[in-house]
Design a protein. Structure first.
Lengths: 368, 291
């Protein structure tokens, strides 16, 4: 039996289903992220684990015990909130020691544990401060220490980095993962930021409209998406409408240019399919022998710091758009907007989607 | 090209002259608006201070200065007796009101936000129903069985406190509700719950301290209402400060003015206490966001 198990979880508010058919088995010490757009049910699921919501159907087991209907204060589950939720009337030390005081631990034991945790989060001298005297990043680290102080069985984090600026977010992300590994605590992390989910997690649960789209390691979810939604939501994806020319040889045309995909198509020629390409699969120029080559017009060159994102309209200005990334280096020669050039990608690079992503805006959202 | 500057060019010194003329005009505007503000401020001060000064001046017109004050403070046992009675009743009213309002407002905000307009309406009823109607209702309802409260001193005290609790609803509810609005009660409650805290601890250790200033404001407003209230205390024949003031006004000349000044002083002391206790509060709210 797994350490944390959610079986056939369903949550309804009247006629609206917030979560349906949710199943997850997490092992002790595993870091699992719930990833999905706003309103996909990820926070609702997390709140059901915390006990703030009760599933309409299904069971939640923690270390062999059914906690589905257990009160939140009886669950021994630590939670970190997006808004930090530090008690403004208490010092940092009192905030961290709150859970231990509730458990009636001796004062010297509480003091020792608080000092230990302040050391762990690299804020050893902040115990006497009040939350409003700390920065957002420091407050969230205190919130993390507070959630860990009473040694919960599971740590839940509800978009803990969303309110922080980009630099602190990345630094704190690394810190959270390092602390989690150090303590070996089972962790469930909710985020809509794919980079966060992919970089932190042992496994990612991709959710959409209340159901699980795919559960897998970050590598699996990114490279082998099982549904068009996962393909479009996780990472940046170029979706190109294509028409099958030779089903057996895997040949299709994109904006009038024939390319070969390393797979066979069912059905005859003329069938419409969607070809999906990750930006990193596409390169400028002719590429090695056997690569697919298509020509197009540069419509945008975006400088993103470490990379340069070039957008090319295949076959001309009105053709489908392919984004590709080039690593930034001083000698990089950037194409001009309006320039016609050739791009290439390997035959085994593209994914073939059964249908186009439901909402193209989601692709853009994922890109953002 | 002759005969003056070409279009599109500026005559030398044009900018300076424009700026030069604009600056005193702006300064005149600023000083004009400042004078207007001072006039409004002075009118406000006079509006509040003149009657107070007149009362003070009248209270001191006795042959021996301050005799009206010494008469009230040291020679009239009814003054301290009625003030003490009203104060005790006020404190009990505050406690009962807090016990009813805080959990209600908290629960409505946390779990029943849809009920908020209804609760707000109910708490406004004391503004709609005059105290006279309220006290007649109480007298009719509790003069006979099953709860004949008007037959005993204790019963009448219970009735007066119950009526004052109702009167305090609009002030107390609004104060508590705005206090709760200023903190993220949902997250604070859930954070405390996730750490194992039960409802009593959440309310006493997390919610109450974070709305302390709001509770104090509501409490002092309630105290002020109870101490000055006349109708209910009078109809229930209670030895309260309100009826004492009315009686004093009927029988004496200078003493009512002295009592007014004393009451004013007590009110200021109460206000000072709010600000002093509030200053100790460390409940600066920051829901989210980096500093």
């Amino acid at each position: 039996m797994s350490y944390l198990e959610l079986a056939d979880i369903e949550k309804r508010y009247g006629d609206t289903a917030a979560v349906t058919g949710f199943n997850l088995k997490a092992e002790r010490g595993e870091f699992v992220s719930f990833l999905g757009p706003s309103g996909c049910g990820k926070t609702t699921t997390l709140r059901m684990i915390a006990g703030f919501e009760t599933p309409t159907v299904g069971t939640i087991m923690l270390d062999g015990e059914d906690i589905t209907h257990k009160q939140p204060n009886k669950r021994n589950v630590g939670m970190v909130f997006q808004s930090y939720a530090l008690f403004p009337n208490m010092t940092v030390a009192d905030n961290i020691g709150f859970g231990l005081k509730v458990r009636k631990r001796p004062a010297d034991q509480i003091r020792k544990r608080v000092a230990e945790l302040l050391e762990l989060i690299n804020l050893p001298d902040k115990g006497g401060r009040y939350p409003y005297q700390l920065s957002g990043g420091q407050q969230q680290r205190i919130a993390l220490a507070r959630a860990l102080a009473f040694e919960p069985q599971v740590l839940l984090l509800d978009e803990p980095l969303s309110a922080l600026d980009a630099k602190i977010r990345v630094a704190l992300r690394v810190e959270i993962r390092s602390i989690q590994r150090q303590l070996g605590i089972t962790t469930v992390y909710v985020t809509h930021d794919q980079e966060e989910a992919l970089s932190l997690s042992d496994r990612v649960v991709v959710m959409s409209e209340g159901h699980v789209e795919q559960i897998g390691t970050p590598f699996e979810v990114y490279n082998f998406p099982k549904t068009p939604f996962v393909a479009s939501f996780v990472g940046t994806l170029n979706v190109l409408p294509a028409s099958v020319v030779d089903a057996a040889r895997g040949e299709v045309t994109i904006a009038g240019q024939t390319v070969r995909i390393a797979r066979r198509f069912e059905g005859g020629s003329g069938k419409s399919v969607n070809i999906a390409l990750r930006p990193e699969m596409v390169k400028l120029g002719d590429g090695p022998e056997g690569s697919n080559r298509v020509s197009g017009k540069v419509i945008d060159v975006g400088f993103l710091g470490s990379i340069v994102r070039i957008r090319v309209a295949v076959g001309g200005e009105n053709g489908p758009v392919v984004s590709l990334d080039e690593f930034n280096e001083p000698t990089l020669k950037l194409p001009e907007v309006g320039e016609t050039l050739t791009i290439n990608f390997p035959a085994d690079g593209p994914l073939v989607l059964d249908s186009a992503p439901a909402d193209p805006a989601e692709v853009l959202l994922a890109e953002a | 090209m002759s005969g003056g500057p070409a279009f599109g060019t500026r005559a030398p010194g044009a900018l300076e002259s424009v700026a030069g003329s604009a600056r005193p005009r702006a300064r005149r505007r600023v000083s004009g608006s400042r004078i207007f503000s001072w006039i409004i401020f002075l009118i406000g001060v006079l509006y509040f201070a003149l009657p107070l000064y007149a009362t003070l001046e009248f209270s001191l017109r006795t042959k021996v200065p301050f005799v009206a004050y010494t008469n009230v403070l040291f020679k009239d046992p009814q003054f301290s007796g009625s003030l003490l009675y009203s104060f005790v009743v006020g404190v009990i009213t505050i406690l009962v009101s807090l016990l009813i309002i805080v959990p209600t407002a908290y629960w409505v905000r946390l779990r029943l936000p849809r009920l908020r307009p209804i609760v707000e309406f109910v708490t406004l009823l004391p503004f709609v129903v005059p105290p006279l109607i309220l006290v007649f209702g109480l007298l009719r309802a509790y003069s006979g069985p099953p709860l004949p409260l008007t037959g005993s001193e204790l019963g009448l005290n219970v009735l007066v406190i119950a009526a004052y609790v109702v009167l305090s609803f609009p002030y107390m509810y609004r104060a508590v509700d705005s206090g709760l609005q200023a903190i993220d009660i949902r997250s604070l409650t859930e954070a405390a719950q996730s750490m194992g805290a039960g409802w009593p601890r959440i309310l006493l250790r997390v919610i109450f301290p974070n709305i302390r200033v709001a509770l104090l404001s509501g409490s002092f407003l309630t105290l002020a209402i109870v101490i000055g209230e006349y109708t209910i205390a009078s109809f229930l024949v209670r030895p309260a400060f309100g009826p004492y003031l009315a009686l004093l006004g009927r029988d004496k000349a200078f003493e009512p003015a002295a009592v007014t000044i004393i009451s004013f002083g007590l009110t200021w002391i109460a206000m000072g206490m709010i600000s002093l206790l509030g200053r100790g509060s460390r409940t600066r709210v920051q829901v989210a966001g980096a500093r």
